[in-house]
Each structure stands twice: as C-alpha cells, then as structure tokens.
Design a protein around this ligand. Structure first.
Ligand code: M1P
Length: 257
C-alpha cells in the first residue's frame, strides 16, 4: 500500500533521476523546459532525484527560478541518499567520518594529498579533496577548475587514465577500509563505504510500497556511479545520453498514452 501522502498520484510509481547529465548538463543548471516537464510528471507519479553531489550543489542545478528543490521533488537524495528529504522534511542522515573514524581518515587523506602533489598533469587548481557528509570527493585537478578546464581535464583523463590509476593505488594502499571508488563526473571520483552507492537511496523508499521504481541515469556503465542502481532488480533502468534524451523517454512513457 502506497502512503496516503501520495494518494493524488494516479500511478503508484516512483521515478528517480540522477542529476548531472540526466536532468541538467554536467555542473550546469537544468532547463526551464525540464523543470516544467517534471512538474507535469509529478501530477501522475512520485518523483525524486538521487545525486552524488551535496544538497547545496544540487540545489544550484535544479532550483530553477528560485524554487526550493526539496519541495519540488517528493524525494530529494543528495550524496547518494545519505542526505535525504521526503516531502520537504529531512530524514535521518549518515556520516562518512563517523563510519570510518578519524585515525583511518587521516591516513587516507594524507596519502591522497601526497599522491596529488606528485602527479604530473597539465594544470592543477584547488580543493583536491572535498569532505562531504557521506563521502569524500577527490579531484586531481581540483574542484575550483573552470568549466573549460573541466572539459579539458576530462578529455585528458580519458587518454591518460589518471583517475583510474589513482583509484587502483588507493585500493592497493587501503585494502581493508571497505571503500568503494566511483568515477561519476568529469574531474573527480567519489569515495564511500561499500553499499553507500545510489542503491542506498532505495533502502529509504523500500517500505513505501511503490508498484514500480524507474531510474534514469547517464553513467549506467560498469564503473559509472549510476551502474548499481540502474542494474538493481528493484528498478526499471533507463540509460540516457543527455537531459533531452531524458525528456524524450519521459514523454514516451508517461505522456503519450
Ligand atoms: O554527479 C556526478 C558527479 O558530479 C561531480 O563530479 P565532477 O565534479 O567530477 O564532474 C561530483 O559532484 C561527484 O561527486 C558526482 O558523483
């Protein structure tokens, strides 16, 4: 039985979306057309986003026209669902540092910073480690890179595999830490405990009784940060190449009937 909170929706379906590359272009703001389509969709089904970034960044991308992002979506899952809202109200959140412990974290971050210092890549900027509530995000070029620098780094990384090699070094150095490494975006990778990928968000809606859960994402290939939730038996996965693709499939599935 789906909660009476959603009794106004004709379909007992939850539709979850990745953010970057699915609802908005990478690190950019979603289009007004996308937000309008989501508002229409919400009249039919329950909607939510599951982003790897923190809520502040996701809000910048999805709060088109000053809207409050946790109110525009029925479920708002930032940091893969470790920070979560249901109908505008916060759910209990999880913490990376509490899980891993200060001592082990210090060893990890020190290794990362030494590794970045020794990296020979064309340019470096700042913020090489971003400490988040549910994960850390590591960027060889640094998170302060401009959009153009990001694009150039992404192309460089595709050829030289800087992030993949970095991840292998971390796996070798910290085999007993129980960490998952996920290369989801253009310039960085996320580090979090096993199981704290996007499927973590599914554990938060398990008891809601939806008849089906759709998931839309662009990094659905093995190693991408949408892979686990896309292939999870609890979801009907849709792999998209950009936000326009998402809109096209939504219209086919929910509006052309
Ligand atoms: O949502 C995908 C990824 O987006 C950003 O990656 P990048 O800055 O490398 O493009 C990050 O917020 C990352 O955590 C997230 O997984």
């Amino acid at each position: 039985m789906v909660s009476s909170d959603f009794s106004d929706r004709p379909l007992k379906t939850l539709v979850l979306f990745d953010v970057d590359g699915t609802l908005s272009p990478a690190r950019r703001v979603a289009s007004a057309e996308m937000i309008e389509l989501l508002r229409e969709l919400r009249k039919k089904v329950v909607i939510g986003f599951v982003g790897g970034s923190d809520l502040v960044k996701i809000s910048e991308q999805l709060a088109v026209g000053g809207a409050n992002v946790v109110e525009e979506f029925d479920f708002a899952f930032a940091e893969n669902g470790l920070t979560a809202y249901r109908l505008g109200k916060p759910l209990e959140s999880q913490s990376f540092i509490r899980h891993i412990g200060e001592d082990r974290y210090k060893k990890l971050v020190s290794f990362i910073l030494h590794y970045v210092a020794d990296l020979d890549i064309p340019i470096k900027r700042g913020t090489f480690v971003e400490f988040r509530n549910g994960m850390i995000n590591v960027s060889p070029i640094g998170r302060n890179a401009t959009i153009q620098e990001r694009n150039e780094y992404e192309a460089y990384d595709k050829i030289h595999g800087i992030r993949a090699t970095f991840v292998n070094a971390l796996k070798e150095q910290f085999p007993d830490y129980g960490l998952t490494y996920s290369i989801g975006g253009q310039i960085s990778f996320d580090v979090f405990p096993h199981g704290w990928d996007k499927t973590y968000a599914l554990t938060r809606v398990e008891h809601e009784g939806f008849e089906s859960i759709h998931f839309f994402g662009d990094k659905t290939y093995k190693g991408g940060n949408d892979y686990e939730i896309f292939t999870d038996p609890r979801t009907i996965g849709h792999s998209v190449s950009n936000p326009e693709d998402t809109m096209r499939i939504l219209k086919e599935l929910f509006f052309d009937q």
